[in-house]
Design a protein around this ligand. Structure first.
Ligand SMILES: Cc1cc2nc3c(=O)[nH]c(=O)nc-3n(C[C@H](O)[C@H](O)[C@H](O)COP(=O)(O)OP(=O)(O)OC[C@H]3O[C@@H](n4cnc5c(N)ncnc54)[C@H](O)[C@@H]3O)c2cc1C
Length: 479
């Protein structure tokens, strides 16, 4: 798959999945998630445009509110590993390291779950976008695909194992369509997951798919039983709590400011403290600060939004997605869809360039689609509750970036729109290799970060051209 195809499919997935201090979390200074804008946007618009509104705007904080923060690091610590960034990747890495008896310190510029992990659409997609890319792996992808087969339910498994109440429900992942040709392609793709990965996959038509969706709009669908949904903010924080219970030190409002050698080890300095460690892993994804310049320019940032409705009235809950499967409309999904444990619709897409903060404008588009898809809901009151944005990191290939910058300095990042499964999975795999001191046994190659040309251009192409065109196409019934 070439770069253009990869980016296109990223958009489809995102459109289809998918400055701290102002969020009341005692945050650090927020580094390079700079929300100032030269584009003529107001400060508020620029904040949404950069995927950095307060985490309290995220609907995933709704059940608990913004969780109490972790303290600022105000001492000099010694650890085996220091993890920078506490999203799904850093939290999983820290938890699995702590479980293996490795001493770990986590530094988070804001608070755990502040980044994309507290802001996403909640989909747990149990497949990979591009299986062909594994041909590039030295072992042809054998080790990774084996890992994926064994652990593609890791999101649910971690929640169960650690008693994390994060609405992790294996309610199935449905790719639904109204077109026979698209259905044929979905079926072809699903054969690999059925036959090589042993997943329970169902091909559904007519009344069978309607029974899942409650809509006659979709006449066909491919259902992956092992997928579903999760509240990613609570999963992230649950993993962090479990890591703390196993001895990890977690520090919020603690931006890693500089990195320097300390003999054969590394010293990470923060505003009020420092950690000396054998290894440092940056899990900063699309919110990197300037501390390691090589991790700031090796991906394509893309801002996405999500929104949640107020809990739906009972009548609507009976009509819309009665199976509660996670829904992705094919071939282009501008309305990826979960209904959570509170009976709220959570959906996500790419925000308008000129009105990134306009909750009602974006909600109106989803509501129109809901009414088209479930016409019986036209007289039922469906109301917006939360609207928020976040940042995704896209790559040229459909696989996250696992980097070794120098001996002992790593990056685990760039999870595109499938971090709910892949970030915990890769965090576990990296922790396992570190704990055994066998980095040569990692089930994926360690790369060197390479800058991408014009990182911002892609976001403009996607947001200015592709998404508006897709919205128009869908409105005209062309896609
Ligand atoms: C709107 C939206 C919808 C999405 N939908 C889905 C979906 O449905 N399913 C799915 O699987 N994925 C989805 N994603 C993608 C998913 O959220 C990400 O892939 C995942 O959260 C990445 O996790 P992470 O831990 O790598 O990064 P993040 O959660 O972004 O965490 C990075 C952290 O690093 C911290 N940091 C940065 N620099 C420093 C520093 N110097 N010192 C200390 N801390 C630092 C930041 O504060 C931040 O908390 C979506 C994303 C968005 C934005």
């Amino acid at each position: 798959m070439n770069r253009r195809d990869c980016l296109k499919s990223s958009v489809v997935l995102l459109a289809g999945a998918v400055a701290s201090g102002c969020d009341g979390q005692g945050a650090g200074n927020g580094g390079s998630a700079d929300v100032s804008s030269a584009s003529g946007l107001s400060d508020r618009e620029a904040m949404y445009d950069h995927g950095a509104p307060p985490i309290g705007t995220s609907g995933w904080t709704m059940p608990t509110g913004v969780l109490p923060g972790y303290p600022v690091l105000a001492q000099e610590l010694d650890a085996d590993v220091v993890v920078v960034g506490a999203g799904l990747a850093g939290s999983s890495l820290a938890l699995h390291l702590a479980e293996a008896g490795i001493s770990v310190a986590v530094l988070e510029a804001r608070q755990p779950g502040w980044g994309a992990s507290g802001r996403n659409a909640g989909h747990v997609l149990p497949t990979l976008k591009d299986v062909a890319l594994f041909e590039r792996f030295p072992d042809g992808g054998k080790a990774f695909l084996h890992l994926f087969r064994e652990h593609h339910t890791i999101t649910f498994d971690l929640a169960r194992k650690h008693g994390i109440a994060c609405d992790a429900v294996q309610s199935g992942y449905l790719h639904a369509t109204s077109r026979a040709s698209v259905f044929d392609k979905l079926k072809v793709k699903s054969v690999y997951w059925k036959e090589q990965q042993g997943q329970q996959v169902e091909w559904l038509e007519g009344a069978d798919v309607e029974a899942l969706t409650g809509s006659s709009y979709f006449s066909r669908g491919v259902l992956y039983r092992s997928g579903g949904r999760v509240n990613p903010y609570l999963l992230t924080n649950g993993m962090i709590s479990a890591a703390v219970a196993r001895g990890a030190g977690v520090f919020g409002g603690t931006e890693a400011l500089s990195l320097a050698r300390s003999g054969a080890r590394w010293r990470v300095v923060t505003a009020q403290g420092a950690v000396v460690a054998d290894r440092v892993v940056f899990c900063t994804n699309a919110y990197p600060t300037a501390i390691v310049p090589q991790f700031t320019n090796n991906f394509y940032p893309l801002t996405a939004y999500a929104l949640s409705t107020k809990p739906l009235p009972r009548t609507a809950l009976d009509i819309i997605m009665p199976s509660r499967a996670t829904l992705s409309e094919e071939p282009v999904d501008l309305n990826p869809f979960v209904i959570d444990e509170h009976g709220r619709i959570i959906t996500s897409s790419i925000p308008s360039v000129s009105r990134p903060d306009d909750a009602e404008w974006h909600f109106a588009k989803h509501l129109r689609w809901i009414h088209r898809t479930w016409p019986q809901t036209r007289d039922i009151k469906i109301e917006l509750e939360h609207y928020w944005t976040g940042r995704v990191a896209l790559r040229d290939i459909e696989f996250p970036g696992v980097f070794e910058l120098e001996r002992g300095v790593f990056g685990l990042m760039h999870f595109n729109a499938w971090g709910n499964l892949m970030a915990p999975l890769l965090g576990m795999a990296l922790a396992g290799a570190m704990a055994r001191d066998r980095m040569d046994q990692l089930p994926f190659p360690l790369e060197t970060p390479v800058p991408v040309a014009n990182p911002g251009k892609q976001e403009l192409i996607i947001r200015k051209l592709m998404i508006p065109a897709a919205r128009l196409g869908q409105r005209l019934g062309m896609i």
